[in-house]
Ligand binder design. Structure first.
Ligand code: SF4
Ligand code: SF4
Length: 120
């Protein structure tokens, strides 16, 4: 039987806030096509202008991305994790120097979640 505590070792699994807060926009070239099948599924994006799209659901902000899933046993997960955009890949709990991302921390505090510590 899986240890439920271990399922939440990743702080994002109990949170999911960034996927429900920002407009998640990126260059349209990241959308999957015949030439780039590993890109973001086209049915999950909204065209913003000639160059940009955003994840459906996030057009106005403060609303969940269409790719975000939640279940009590697994928490929040991205259903297109390996295909997610550069915008999603670049927003993390910590920076490469180990310091906490303050935008992530702010969102966690607003949800009443535990503050994250730097990785030393
Ligand atoms: S706000 Fe931070 S902890 Fe929450 S899901 Fe996003 S990166 Fe993870
Ligand atoms: S594509 Fe995945 S990581 Fe990106 S905002 Fe949506 S649920 Fe979050």
């Amino acid at each position: 039987m899986p240890n439920l505590m271990n399922l939440f070792d990743n702080p994002c699994f109990e949170c999911g806030a960034c996927c429900q807060h920002f407009r998640v926009s990126f260059y349209h070239g990241e959308v999957a096509s015949d030439f780039y099948p590993e890109g973001v599924p086209p049915e999950m994006v909204t065209r913003l202008d000639a160059n940009k799209v955003c994840m459906k659901g996030t057009e106005k902000g403060s609303s969940p991305c269409v790719a975000l899933t939640h279940a009590p046993s697994t928490g929040y997960r991205c259903s297109i994790y390996v295909q997610r955009s550069s915008t999603c890949r670049e927003f993390n709990t910590h920076f490469s120097n180990g310091q906490v991302n303050p935008d992530c921390q702010r969102l966690r505090i607003a949800r009443g979640l535990k503050e994250l510590d730097p990785i030393l």
